[in-house]
Design a protein around this ligand. Structure first.
Ligand code: C2E
Ligand code: CA
Ligand code: CA
Ligand code: CA
Length: 278
C-alpha cells in the first residue's frame, strides 16, 4: 500500500497537466478510494413547501482525496462511469445511504426517505433489483424509505427492457424519482409508461424564477401535469425567497436548495431532525 501511495503521488507532478493523464490518475485513485474510506456522503434536506417541514433528503457522494483535497462528483462520476468503477461506487453509495437512514431511525428520529442517484451504467446492470433488495435486507431499512433518482436519458435508451427493469424496482417497494426533469429529451409518455412517484424540476428552470416568463410557464406546467398524474414535485436549487414563494403558490410539493439547507453530514442532518420534531 505504501508503494502504491508513492506511485499515485507521481501522477500529480507539475509536468503532468494534460487532461488525459489527470483522468487516468483520477481513475487509478478512485479504484482505491472506497477501500481507503475516502468517499463519504452528504445529505441535502428536502422541505415541504406548504408546511416548511423537513420531509426527505438526497444522498450526494463526496471524495476527500489525501493530496487533491475535496473532489466534486461532477469531476469523478463521469470518470467512474467511463471506467466501470461506478458499479462498486454506486453499490457503496446505496449501502451507505441505507445504513445511515436506518441509523437515524434507530436513534429514534422521525423517519424520512433518502433519495439515491442511480447512474445509467448501474441501470443497465442485469441484476440491479436483486442488488438493491440485498442492500435493503442487509441494512434492515424498509424499502419505502429509499427513493431512487433516475434520469430521462436512462428511460430513453431501450423502452421494453426499461419498463421491466423499472417494474422490478417498483415491486421492491422503493420510490422512483425522475431527476433533472425537463432537461433531456423529455417525453410526457414516460409519465404514462413508467410508474414514477416524483418529478424533480431541474435547477436551470428554477434559477430564473419568477421573473423569466418562459421558465415560470414551464415550471407551472410541470407542476400541473405532475399533479394530474398523482406525482410529487421537488424543485431543485431553490436559492431565493422569491423562488420559494412562487413554487409554493404553484403547488409544488417539496423544495431542495441552498435557501434552506446545503448538503450536510449525516450527524448534522440528525441534529436538524431533532430540533424540528414532527
Ligand atoms: P443532482 O442529482 O442534480 O444533484 C443536485 C446538485 O445540485 C448537487 O450537486 C447539489 O449540491 C446541488 N444543489 C442543491 N441545491 C442547490 C442550490 O440551491 N444551488 C446550487 N447552485 N446547487 C445546488 P453535487 O452534490 O455537486 O452533485 C452534482 C451531481 O453529481 C448530481 O446532480 C448528480 O448528478 C451527481 N451525483 C452526486 N452524487 C451521486 C451519486 O451518489 N451517484 C451518482 N450516480 N451521481 C451522483
Ligand atoms: Ca439527483
Ligand atoms: Ca437533479
Ligand atoms: Ca440538475
Amino acid at each position: 500500500a505504501k508503494d502504491n501511495g508513492r506511485n499515485n503521488f507521481q501522477f500529480f507532478t507539475p509536468e503532468m497537466n494534460a487532461r488525459v493523464s489527470e483522468r487516468l490518475a483520477l481513475e487509478n485513485n478512485l479504484r482505491q478510494a472506497i477501500a481507503r474510506n475516502e468517499l463519504f456522503l452528504h445529505y441535502q434536506p428536502q422541505f415541504d413547501l406548504q408546511t416548511g417541514e423537513l420531509t426527505g433528503c438526497e444522498a450526494l457522494v463526496r471524495w476527500q482525496h489525501p493530496e487533491l483535497g475535496l473532489i466534486p462528483p461532477s469531476r469523478f462520476i463521469p470518470v467512474a462511469e467511463d471506467s466501470g468503477l461506478i458499479l462498486p461506487l454506486g453499490h457503496w453509495v446505496l449501502r451507505e445511504a441505507c445504513r445511515q437512514a436506518k441509523a437515524w431511525q434507530d436513534a429514534g428520529l422521525r423517519p424520512i426517505p433518502v433519495a439515491v442517484n442511480l447512474s445509467a451504467v448501474q441501470f443497465r446492470q442485469a441484476r440491479l433489483a436483486t442488488m438493491i433488495a440485498d442492500v435493503l435486507a442487509e441494512s434492515g431499512l424498509a424499502p419505502r424509505w429509499l427513493e431512487l433518482e433516475l434520469t430521462e436519458s436512462m428511460l430513453m435508451e431501450d423502452g421494453e427492457r426499461h419498463t421491466t427493469a423499472l417494474a422490478d424496482l417498483k415491486a421492491l417497494g422503493v420510490g422512483l424519482a425522475l431527476d433533472d426533469f425537463g432537461t433531456g429529451y423529455s417525453s410526457l409518455s414516460y409519465l404514462k409508461r413508467f410508474d414514477l412517484d416524483t418529478l424533480k424540476i431541474d435547477r436551470s428552470f428554477v434559477q430564473s424564477l419568477p421573473d423569466d416568463s418562459e421558465d415560470a410557464a414551464l415550471t407551472t406546467a410541470i407542476i400541473g401535469i405532475a399533479r394530474q398524474f398523482g406525482l410529487k414535485t421537488v424543485a431543485e436549487g431553490v436559492e431565493t425567497e422569491a423562488q420559494r414563494a412562487f413554487l409554493a403558490a404553484q403547488g409544488c410539493t417539496l423544495m431542495q436548495g441552498f435557501l434552506l439547507a446545503r448538503p450536510m453530514a449525516g450527524a448534522e442532518l440528525a441534529e436538524l431532525l431533532e430540533t424540528v420534531p414532527a
